[in-house]
Write a protein that binds this ligand. Structure first.
Ligand code: ACO
Length: 162
């Protein structure tokens, strides 16, 4: 298992992995319009951390956008392929992601969690109570009716590695 940050850098390998990840999101997040998933996954402001099995196979990932001036990042999509859910990959992915984002000087994570994913996010240290001042994040991220806004504080000195 490997964790790789993939961006839309025009290479064949990145394109293939982003397409595989987009397909996992489309399947696992059926309420999200497919065009919206495609738009964000391939958007140059977004990056994705992919979980890669056997060197080539994308089995899940997280698509996010950093807001460097505001020192937070928004998680747009997160999913693990159906057959490999509830085996710990989602937890490992979030830990790797926190370890990565911590080095980018990000202090908070925000996400609109689907109702059935609230339990997962709680276990990963996300809360429904938003501690960030509204002027720091309001207007930067888009409101989304279908989910519950949750926040996670990324401590600058905690070792999230696993
Ligand atoms: N509700 C409550 N608890 C959950 C859920 C859930 N939906 N999913 C997993 N958990 C629990 C597990 O039981 C486990 O608990 P434990 O540590 O006490 O055993 C813990 O959360 C972590 O489980 P993992 O095995 O690490 O989780 P998994 O690999 O399945 O990844 C994920 C979790 C990403 C939510 C996955 O199940 C998935 O892809 N689901 C479908 C897509 C989805 O809902 N994505 C999130 C939507 S919101 C968004 O994208 C911003």
């Amino acid at each position: 298992i490997e964790f790789k940050i993939i961006t839309n850098d025009g290479t064949h390998e990145s394109m293939r992995m982003l397409i595989d990840l987009k397909n996992i999101f489309a399947r696992q997040l059926p309420k999200m319009p497919k065009e919206y998933i495609v738009r964000l996954v391939f958007d140059r402001n977004h990056e994705s951390m992919c979980i890669i099995k056997d060197n080539t196979k994308v089995i899940g990932g997280i698509c996010y956008r950093k807001y460097p001036t505001q020192r937070f990042a928004e998680i747009a999509f997160l999913a693990i392929t159906a057959t490999l859910q509830v085996k710990g990959y989602g937890t490992r992915l979030m830990n790797k992601f926190k370890e990565h984002i911590q080095k980018q000087d990000v202090e908070y994570l925000l996400t609109y969690a689907d109702n059935y994913a609230i339990g997962y996010f709680r276990k990963q240290g996300f809360y429904q109570e938003i501690k960030m001042q509204p002027d720091r994040w309001k207007g930067f991220i888009k409101d989304y009716d279908g989910g519950t806004l949750m926040e996670c504080y990324v401590h600058s000195t905690i070792d999230y590695g696993n």
